[in-house]
Design a protein around this ligand. Structure first.
Ligand SMILES: [Zn+2]
Length: 690
């Protein structure tokens, strides 16, 4: 949608920048014209102005919704290139833009294709939308070639698209043991039923033994790498054209808590054998130096627990199992019990314990419900909500809405995270900390740890510049493509490579959908395939862009419906028009406008009902109401006329749609039951250590 000049606006144009929640509600009065409804109203707003205003409002809504568009439908069936040459084609279907989420890289060679990572984008800020996934229209063209999904690690921005995409394009999913555990976990917790006959196929690979599995014409190997979730790996794909490496998310932590270091030796070996192209993640290529080791946090937790007078609550990312282990160790050391809270946390921990990734003495876990009855100095609660996410465990505690935990003075809260940059979470975290401190709770935030005179409480899971440079140095690729990040971060990644002597001509900064062709001595962009975002709601169902546009319109302008009943023969109204308004203006305070609207509707019925057919009448009525409301209020709500005609031939038969699928309540009840089971399993787990 193009942006028309706004210089004839009867009201100022709205800002289109929507950082966080900003931008949506910045309406201003316009020169007093229509701003004061109780004053003398200006008449004579032209119909044209009203129509233009309505159009503009719709375009605004469209622009907001269009930030996340599916692939254009006219291209949907066909990429704009035909290429049968034996070249390796690599396409970022997601992850090559924005915040670098919904990561998904397609590798295609003659008759074989594999997908590397298949994530979702949790950063979508649209009404009723939970996340976005990559538009896979292009996979439709090549689904007969698809041999596998290979996953670098178990974060949602690398696996969250799988339950949507794999059932449509079935193929086995390859990954390390922990990653496959995560994949199974998200399929189990997925809200929607899988299609009939679909069976999840997974292949667990050992990331330490350098095992290579044949997939079509490719060989795949996983190499252990450190990140912020266990079982993180680089993917090595040997193809007929040459070897490529996808680093996944990484840092080189020399001293990880689980002692599972990055397999740098193997990366060097692969480099010495020859790497055609390196596809390296680009999350924090602006950060100088090296990311500190996870082990630098250990003492901080011990120190805080040592000195805390009462209960301790730690908020952190739900999949960071090594850090959970660190906190468990510190708690056990201080003879405290652990209660876990937050569904995602409980779910991942249960999987990690079941698969032997955690070492927890028997009897360490206690149910969250029993926290209130335990002695304060005996308890550590590990929970979700370190980003201040609405309705997360910690957020509910901060706002006093938690079922089992009422915070009090002497409680200590540790936020073992940093607000995700540019996510708007800064404010969420700030508000939550307000709530916590107002209850007299002592809060430790990583970002102010110097102020609190404690050690660091969080380190990033991503590399800093020196480590990004080392990855290139170890693997010695011929070609270099930064991935999984916004354009600017990828651009800095390329600059970094060049600083270290890499020829610029052998690098590419590509967007989603751009097709990279690789031969042993050439890398180029040869075309574009459809790419975009599919929006998904809380239940897991796909939401059309059109629906989102309506929601934005509703959110911004509100809705006015008028229900009228007309005698077919006489064309007279049988009752007074019934006006329903939501989110538009408060009707009681605007009695005058609503009465005026009622009169306009009456007039329209008298003058037009018998002269035009019903559809035309409805359209005219809608137009008329829109015009009137704009004239009175300078707003363009969604207008819905409902016209009942009585005395015609045959009553319209009502169709009742009986939904065969499960209701939201049923799904919620099922999930509740499943999480209950997980909790119970956690409490009765076997001893795995001393
Ligand atoms: Zn990650």
């Amino acid at each position: 949608m193009d942006n028309k000049p706004n210089n004839t606006n009867p009201r100022p144009p709205r800002s289109n920048t929507r950082g966080g929640n900003g931008g949506r509600n910045n309406r201003q009065n316009n020169n007093g014209n229509g701003g004061d409804q109780n004053g003398e109203r200006k008449s004579g707003v032209s119909r044209g102005a009203a129509v233009r205003a309505l159009k503009r409002t719709q375009m605004d809504a469209q622009r907001v919704a269009n930030q996340y568009m599916p692939a254009p439908t006219d291209e949907k069936r066909r990429p704009n290139f035909i290429d049968d040459s034996p070249r390796l084609k690599i396409i970022g279907l997601g992850g090559m833009d924005g915040a670098g989420s919904k990561n998904m890289l397609l590798v295609e060679y003659v008759n074989d294709a594999v997908v590397l990572d298949c994530g979702n984008d949790l950063g979508v800020d649209l009404p009723g939308i939970n996340y976005g996934i990559a538009d896979t229209a292009y996979l439709e063209n090549i689904k007969h070639k698809l041999r596998a999904y290979v996953i670098t690690h178990g974060h949602l921005d690398h696996i969250g698209g799988l339950p949507h995409i794999v059932p449509k394009f079935p193929a086995p999913i390859y990954g390390s043991k922990f990653t496959i555990g995560r994949v199974e976990e998200i399929f189990e917790n997925f809200g929607l039923p899988m299609p009939d006959g679909f069976e999840l196929q997974t292949v667990t690979m050992n990331e330490d033994t350098h095992e290579r599995l044949k997939i079509g014409e490719f060989y795949v190997e996983l190499v252990r790498i450190t990140h912020s979730i266990p079982g993180s790996t680089c993917i090595v794909l040997d193809t007929p054209v040459g070897r490529i490496i996808n680093t996944g998310d990484f840092r080189f932590d020399p001293n990880p808590l689980d002692h599972e270091r990055s397999d740098i030796e193997r990366l060097k070996e692969l480099g010495n054998e020859g790497v055609l192209a390196l596809f390296s993640e680009s999350t924090s290529t602006e950060r100088l130096g090296r990311t500190p080791s996870e082990s630098t946090l250990e003492q901080s937790f011990v120190d805080i627990i040592d000195q805390a007078p009462g209960r301790i609550f730690v908020g952190l990312f739900s999949t960071n199992m090594n850090r959970v282990q660190m906190i468990i160790n510190a708690a056990v050391h201080h003879n405290r019990k652990i209660a876990m809270d937050g569904r995602s946390m409980v779910s991942t921990l249960e999987m990690a314990v079941r698969n032997g990734f955690m070492k927890v003495p028997k009897g360490t876990f206690v149910p969250i419900a029993s926290v209130a009855s335990m002695k304060d100095e005996e308890i550590v609660v590990v929970c979700t909500g370190s980003q201040g996410e609405p309705s997360s465990a910690l957020q509910r505690m901060a706002s006093g809405e938690h079922r089992h935990v009422k915070l009090k003075e002497q409680d200590t809260v540790i936020l073992s995270s940093s607000p995700i940059p540019e996510s708007g979470n800064d404010k969420l975290v700030g508000d939550m900390v307000d709530g916590l401190m107002s209850k007299g709770v002592h809060v430790f935030e990583h970002r102010y740890h110097d102020l609190d005179n404690v050690g660091p409480l969080h380190v990033s899971g991503h590399a800093s510049r020196d480590e990004y440079a080392e990855m290139i140095e170890y693997t010695k690729p011929k070609f270099f493509v930064p991935i999984y990040g916004p354009f600017r971060s990828k651009s800095r990644h390329i600059d970094l490579a060049i600083e270290h002597g890499f020829p610029r001509a052998n690098t590419l900064n590509v967007g989603n959908g751009e097709v990279i062709a690789l031969t042993p001595d050439k890398m180029e962009v040869i075309g574009q395939v459809p790419s975009g975002t599919i929006l998904v709601d809380q239940t897991g169902a796909v939401v059309s862009n059109v629906v989102v546009k309506d929601r934005v319109l509703l959110a911004e302008e509100g809705l006015v419906a008028v229900v009228i009943t007309v005698d077919k023969k006489t064309g007279n109204l049988l009752t007074s028009p019934d006006i329903i308004s939501r989110g538009f203006i408060y009707m009681r305070e605007q009695e005058e406008i609503m009465n005026g609207l009622r009169n306009e509707v009456r007039r329209a019925v008298q003058q037009r009902f018998k002269r035009v057919d019903l559809d035309r009448f409805k359209a005219e009525l809608k137009d008329h109401m829109t015009h009137y409301l704009f004239e009175q209020t300078q707003r363009s709500p969604i207008v819905i006329p409902v016209v009942n005609v009585i005395g015609g031939k045959g009553e319209a038969s009502k169709t009742v749609h009986q939904s065969k699928t499960k209701s939201a309540e049923e799904i919620a009840a099922e999930q509740q039951a499943r999480f209950q089971q997980m909790r119970e399993r956690l409490l009765t787990q076997d001893a795995r250590i001393d």
